[in-house]
Design a protein around this ligand. Structure first.
Ligand SMILES: *[C@@H]1O[C@H](CO)[C@@H](O)[C@H](O)[C@H]1NC(C)=O
Ligand SMILES: *[C@@H]1O[C@H](CO)[C@@H](O)[C@H](O)[C@H]1NC(C)=O
Ligand SMILES: *[C@@H]1O[C@H](CO)[C@@H](O)[C@H](O)[C@H]1NC(C)=O
Ligand SMILES: *[C@@H]1O[C@H](CO)[C@@H](O)[C@H](O)[C@H]1NC(C)=O
Length: 333
C-alpha cells in the first residue's frame, strides 16, 4: 500500500492522548497492533503511542527501501519498535573493540575453491541459531558457534556450548561480558582456562554474573587460536572452504537491524578494525545468479530475524570491515 493511499488517518492529539508528528495512518496503527501480538508486546498507554510512532517510522523506511532496487529486502522483526540508538544499546558491543590482527597465523593453500560452501549441508556441524537477548554478548555466540562446529567436524559430535561462561569468566582476556569482547580473545580464554562447559551445565542468563566454571564439567577445548590476517578476505574463503566456519566481526549500522533477506550491502558502514561492533559466524559462501558473491552468516538474534536467523552479506570487498578480524580455534580432543 503506497504511503498516503489512506485519507482516513486519525490524529491522536484529537483523542487528547499524545501529539504525534508525523501522523500515523489507521492502517499503520493496525499493522502495529498485529506486530505487537506477533511479538507478544504489551505497553502502558503512553509507551504505546511512543512505540507506535517509532514503529511507523521504521515501517516507512522499510517500505521505501523495498520499493527501490536493492540486493536485499527489509522487513519487520523484534527490533521494529526501537530507534537505531536503542537497538545499538540493546544488542551491539558498546565498548569499541580494536580487533587488529595485523599478522595472523592462518596459512592459505592455493585454490581452486568450490563455488558454493555451506557447512549446514556438509553434515551435522552447525548448531541451531540462538538468541543473545538484550546483552552485548554477540562475541560469545560467535565463539561458541565456531567452537561447536570445529569440535563437531573433528569428533562427529555436535555439543551446545556455554556463552554464559564466557560472559562471566573471560574478563582477563580483555572481554567485558554484556559490554562486549572478541571471539579471538574468547578462544584464548578457553585455551588457557582448559575448557568450556556445555549450555546445559552453564545455561544462558543474558546478564553479567560471577564465574561458576567447574573444571570437571569442561566439555570442549582449544589447542590454539588462529587469526586470519586483517583484510585477507581470501584467507577467510580458504579457511571456510577447507577447514571450518570462521568467526568474524563487522560494523552494524542502522539499516542492518531491518534486514530480512538477500545479500546485504551498504555504503554507510565503515570498514576498519576500530569500527567493528558485532561478531558472527561465517558458515559458507556463494554467489547470486547475477554473480554477486556473498557470505552465509549465522547471527545470534533468534530465528525470527533475517533468513531463519541467518543473513547474506556481500563478499570480496571487506564489506563493513568483515575481513578486519576473523579467527577460529584448533580443537583439542
Ligand atoms: C537493479 O540493480 C541491478 C544491480 O545494480 C541492475 O543491474 C539493474 O539494471 C537494476 N534494475 C533497475 C530496474 O534499475
Ligand atoms: C588499533 O590497534 C592498532 C594496532 O595495535 C593500532 O595501530 C591502532 O592505532 C588502534 N586503533 C585505535 C582506534 O585504537
Ligand atoms: C589474535 O588477534 C587478537 C585481536 O583480535 C589478539 O588479541 C590476539 O593476540 C591474536 N592472537 C594470536 C594467536 O595471534
Ligand atoms: C575501506 O573503504 C574505502 C572506501 O571504499 C576504500 O578506499 C578502502 O580501501 C577500504 N579499506 C579497507 C581496509 O578495506
Amino acid at each position: 500500500m503506497a504511503p498516503g493511499a489512506f485519507v482516513c488517518f486519525i490524529s491522536l492529539s484529537v483523542l487528547g492522548l499524545v501529539n504525534l508528528t508525523p501522523l500515523v495512518l489507521l492502517e499503520e496503527e493496525y499493522r502495529f497492533k498485529e506486530w505487537m501480538s506477533e511479538h507478544n508486546k504489551v505497553y502502558e498507554i503512553e509507551e504505546y503511542y511512543h512505540r507506535l510512532q517509532i514503529f511507523t517510522e521504521n515501517k516507512r523506511n522499510i517500505d521505501r527501501h523495498n520499493a527501490g532496487n536493492h540486493s536485499f529486502t527489509m522487513g519487520l522483526n523484534q527490533f521494529s519498535d526501537m530507534t537505531s540508538e536503542e537497538f545499538r544499546k540493546s544488542v551491539l558491543l558498546t565498548e569499541p573493540q580494536n580487533c587488529s590482527a595485523t599478522k595472523g597465523s592462518h596459512v592459505s593453500r592455493n585454490g581452486p575453491y568450490p563455488e558454493f560452501v555451506d557447512w549446514r549441508k556438509r553434515g551435522n556441524f552447525v548448531s541451531p541459531v540462538k538468541n543473545q537477548g538484550h546483552c552485548g554478548s554477540c562475541w560469545t555466540f560467535s565463539t561458541t558457534g565456531c567452537l561447536e562446529s570445529v569440535t563437531a567436524i573433528a569428533t562427529g559430535k555436535l555439543l551446545l556450548l556455554s556463552e554464559q561462561q564466557l560472559i562471566d569468566c573471560a574478563q582477563d582476556f580483555n572481554n567485558h561480558g554484556c559490554m562486549g569482547g572478541l571471539p579471538s580473545q574468547a578462544f584464548e580464554y578457553i585455551k588457557y582456562n582448559n575448557g568450556l562447559m556445555t549450555e546445559d551445565d552453564y545455561p544462558y542468563k543474558g546478564h553479567d554474573d560471577t564465574c561458576h566454571f567447574k573444571s570437571t564439567l569442561a566439555a570442549a577445548f582449544v589447542k590454539d587460536v588462529v587469526n586470519i590476517t586483517s583484510y585477507d578476505e581470501n584467507g577467510m574463503v580458504d579457511a571456510v572452504a577447507r577447514l571450518n566456519p570462521v568467526s568474524f566481526g563487522y560494523q552494524v549500522t542502522a539499516d542492518f537491524m531491518h534486514y530480512k533477506e538477500g545479500v546485504y550491502t551498504s555504503t554507510r558502514c565503515k570498514n576498519t578494525t576500530d569500527m567493528v561492533n558485532h561478531a558472527v559466524l561465517a558458515v559458507g559462501y556463494g554467489a547470486t545468479e547475477n554473480g554477486m558473491p556473498y557470505w552465509i552468516v549465522k547471527n545470534s538474534w533468534g530465528t525470527a530475524w533475517g533468513m531463519e536467523g541467518y543473513f547474506l552479506i556481500e563478499r570480496g570487498k571487506n564489506m563493513c570491515g568483515l575481513a578486519a578480524c576473523s579467527s577460529y580455534p584448533l580443537p583439542l580432543f
